[in-house]
Design a protein. Sequence first.
Lengths: 290, 796
Amino acid sequence: MSFGSPWFTLPEFTYHKPKTLKEALELLDKYGEEAKVMAGGVGLLAFMKERLMAPSHVIDLKGVPELGQAIYKEGEGLTIGATVTLNELARYGPLKKFGALHDAVRDIADPIIRNRATLVGNLCEAIPWVDTPPALIALGAEVEIRSLKGERRVPVKDFIKGPVEIDLEPGELVTAVHVPEPRRNSRSRFIKYNTGSEFALVSVAANVVMDGGRVRDVSLVYGAVSSTPQVAVKAADALKSAEKPWEVLDEVGRIASEEVEAVSDVLASEEYRRHLIRVLTLRVLREVMG
Amino acid sequence: MALEVLERRPEGRVGREALTIVGRKTLRKDAVAKVTGRELYASDITLPNMLYARVLKSPYPHARVKSIDVSKAVEMGAVVITSQDVPQVLFNPRLVSIPEATYKDWRVLTDRPLFVGEPIAAVAAETEELAQRALEAIKVEYERLPAVFDAIESMKPEAPKLHETIILKDREVKVERNVACRLEIAEGDVEKGFKEADVVIEREFRTNRRYHNQLETKAVVVNLEPGGGVTIWCTTQTIHNTRLLIHEIFGIPMNKINVKKISLGGSFGSSIHTNIIVPIAVALALKAGRPVKLVYTREEDMHDHVSFQMIFRLKLGAKRDGRLVAGQLQAIVDIGAHQIQAYPILGVIAGWWVSLYKLPHVKYEGIAVYTNKVPSCAFRGYGNPQTTWAVETLIDELAEKLGIDPLEFRLMNYVGEGDIFWGQGPTVKTVIRSCGVEELLRRGAELIGWHRRPKPGQQKGRFRRGIGMGRGFHTSSAGSPVPGSVIDYSGAMIKINEDGTIDYITALMDHGGGSLEAIAKIIAEELGVPLENVNIITADTQTTVYDVCTHASRGVYAGGATALKVARQVKQKLLEMAAKILDTYPHALRIRPDPKRGQGVIYVEGIEGKEITIGEVAMTARHKNWGTIAAVDSHRTEAGPPHFTAYFVEVEVDTETGIVKPIRVVAGADIGTVINPDLARGQIHGGFAMGMGMALLEDTPYDPDTGDLVNRGFLVDYKTASAPDMPRLKDFTVFFAETYEPTGPFGAKGLGEGAFNPAAAAIANAIYNAIGVRFYELPITPEKILQALRGGGENV
C-alpha cells in the first residue's frame, strides 16, 4: 500500500520472444539471474506488480512450438510441455487416467485464468496453496529441466524447496513435467476444501495401489497447509501395514493430521487445518479405496 | 407491449381501478445497453486533453507527514497536489442530514493520516502509468504514531488520540476519549420494567466489518468549463449533494458546478456520501487546468469504505404470558478514522430496535468511536441487519425460555398497523398504515414446514439440519409528517412530447436495481400510455430540481410518489386541452394505453367518436400555441412506512468441517403493491446472498503490526457468498403479501434493504436449531462451529 495500490504497474524489463528452444536456452544462459521465463504470465506478472520479482529480462516461451504439447504414451506416461495451459490439459482425453491431476486441473480458479495459466507455471510458482503440486507428487511426477549444459530430471517432491523456491539454477528451463503411467490396480484423487474463496484452505491428493483387500502402496500429499506440499509418510505406512485397511482409516487420518507441518493464516488456524487434514484424508481414502 | 406478460392484476384495491402496467413483467429499458456493453459508467468517460490521476496514500494507520518532496514527480511532467494545495476546510462528505446532525472532520488531503489508505497527495499525468510512476517518485517522511484498532480499546485513557477538535455545524467540538458522538434515549422507566419482567436475558453481540463489494469501483471524471465551472461524472447516489459538497469545499458558485447522472454499477450505500476521490480530482483539474480522470482499483476501493462494526449489549425482559415489558440497548459503534454518518447511525440503531417489537420501557445509549481503520459508511440496511441479528437472536432465546413458539412470540409483540414507526431514528416518526407481518409469518411458516422443525441439539451424525426464522423491515424513505434531522424530498419533471411520448427528468439515481424502471411504470400507469413511450432522460444538476439521494429504500416509494404527483399535474393539463378539442370537460375524460397505435388514447366513455391520442393533443397544442404539456415539482412524502420481510431458512451443518449450507429458503416480503415482480424477486435473492456473507463469511480484520487490512485489499482473501454457495433456485421461494400502502404510489413501498435485513438472523437461528449452539459474534465461521461442537455445545 505504500504507493497507492500494488498490482498497478510493472517494473521495467526487456521482453524476449524466442522461436526455438535453443534460442530460449541461449537467452537464459546470457541473462542468468536477471531473467525470468513466462508462459501464461498469471503468476509472474502478479509477482512483478507486487515487486516480489523484478527481472530485467522476461523471456516469453509461447513462441516455442515444442513446449506447447501434451503427449501421452501408453506404458510410459504423460509429458506436459511448459506452455500447455490448464484448459488445454483439462480437455486432453488421456488426462482422465491420472485421476488426482484431472481433479486438480479442472478446478483451479476460473475458466478465464485456466485459459492462460499453465501447469508448469502453476508448479514453478511454488505458492503454498496452488493445487497441482500435491497431485503431481502423489502421482510420482518428475520435472524435466534443460540448459545449454544438458538435461536433468527431478522428482516434483524435491523440486519444490520452499515457498516460491524451486530447484532451478540460472540458465535452466523447465521444459516439461512427466507423469509416469499409473501402476496396475492404482487409483488417485485430489480433493480441496474451500468456501467463499477460490484458494484451498487444505487440499489432499491420494494415490493407492490395491492388492486384494490390502493396500500395497499409497501416497498421501497435502497442499495449502504449510509453506510446501506435505507428504504423510507415517500415515501411509500405517495404511500399508494394516491387514484390514478399511478399519484403520480414522487412525490414518489422525496420524496424517499430526505428522505434517501446518500453519495459521488469515483463512484458517493451524488447529482447523489439522482437523481438515483428518477429515479430508478419510474422504479421499474412501474414494480411492472404494 | 409484446414483451409484457400479465402476471397479476391487483383488482379491488382501495380506491383504485385495475392496474394495467404496474405489476407486469416487462423488459428493462436499460437491459439491451447493459448486456451489449453500451451503457456508460463514470470510468467510460474520456475527454480530449484529459489527464489521468493517481492518489498517494498513507502506508501507516496513524502518522504525521514530516516532509514531502514532489520535485521528482514534477520533473516527470506530473501535476501534483498535497494538503497545501487544497482548501483548508473541514467537511463531512455526507450531506443527507441537517447541519445540526453533521459532524465534520475530513480534509481533501491530509498531513496527519489516520488509516492505511488515507489520501496524502495526488498526481495527474498524461497516462495512468506515468501518473503511477510519478506517484512512486514522491518522497514522504513520516513520523509514525501509535494506533488503535478496537473501539473498546480506543475509549481507554491511554489510547492514542485521533482527533483533537472537530466541527458540528459551525462550532468546534472537543473530542474526548475518541468518542465521535453519542446519543441517549429513554422512554418509560426501564428499571421498573425489568422488575415487572418474569424472564430477563442480557447478551453481548459483536458484528463483522463488511466491505460493500459493489461491482463498480469508485471513479470520477472532471472537466473544466470556460468561466471557471466544472462538470463532474462520478460514482454517486446523489448528484445534487455532490454539487453541494464541491461548492462547500471549493466555493465555486453552484450554477457553475454541473454533476452529470451516469449509470452506477451498484453501490449499497458506499456513495451516499461523496467519495473522497471527487474533491481530489476537482483539485487536480483546477491546478492542471485540464480534465482529470481518477478510477480506483479494487484494492484501493477496499481501503475506501466499509460497514459499521457494532458491539451491542442487549437486554430484554418479558412477562410469563409472552408480553415484552422492557429493553435496554447499548451500541458501541466502530466508525473507523472519520465520520461519514456516525451521528445518524446512532439514531437509526435505536429506531430499528424499538420498531421491531413493542417495548413499554426502553433505555438506549449509542456511542460512536474513532479507530485507525477505514472509515465506515452506510451499507445496505444502515445498521438494521446488525440490530435485527441481535434482537432476533435474543427474541428466539426468550421465546425458548418462556416455552412459547418463537413465531407466536413474535406475533404477540411485533410493531404493526396503527403503531408508531421510527423510520430513520427518533426525529422521523410515522404511523404504520399497512402491515403484512402476520401473513408473512403464517404463510412462510407453512411453506417451510415450521412446525415440523427439529428440536435444537437433538441430532446426531455428520449432517445436521435446522430451520430458523428472522423477521424485520426497513423504512421506505425518511419521509415523515414533520421535518426531522434527515432531509428527504424528491423532484421530477415530466413533459409530453409532440408525438405523445413522455420525457421523465429527475436527479434520482438508479444503482442498477431498477428504481427508475419502476417509476417509468408508475408514470405510464397514471398517464395511460404504453411503457415504452416513457423515456428516462439522462440528466444533471443543471437541468433537474433537487433530489436528496437514492438511499433508505426510497427510490420507488418517495421518487415514485414524486413522479406520480407531477404526472397528475401533467395529466390535468393534458385533459384540459383534450376537453377543449373534444368539446367536453376534463373530469369526464379517461385515458387508456393503446399498444396497437403505440399511444395513450383519451376518450369519453360510451360516446363514440369522442377520442383522441395524446400525440394528437400535444401536436394540436403546438399548432395552436397552447404551450408544452409539462410540469415540474418537488415532493416530500408525509410518511416513511416500513416494508416488512421474513426469512425462513433451512441449513445443513456439516459437523466434520463446520460448513453451513443454506439448502432451502422461504422469503416473504410486504412491499405493498409489487411494481416489478422479477426485479423485486432479484432484490430478495441478492439480499439473501449478502445476508449469508454477513452470517457466515465476511469480515475485514486488521494486522496490528502493519495497521493494514489483513487481506491488504485483495478480493481473493475476502470471502463472499457466490452462486454455487446459494440454495438452488427451485429451493428458494419468494412470495409477496397482499397489502396496499395508502401513502405510496399505487400502494407501493420500498424493498432494497428489507430484502437483506433479517437474512443473517434467520441463518443464525437455523444453525441453533440444527446444532443447539448460539453464536454472539459474526461471522459464524466453520472454525467457530467446530470449536462450539467440541466445547460440548456451549453458546459462544
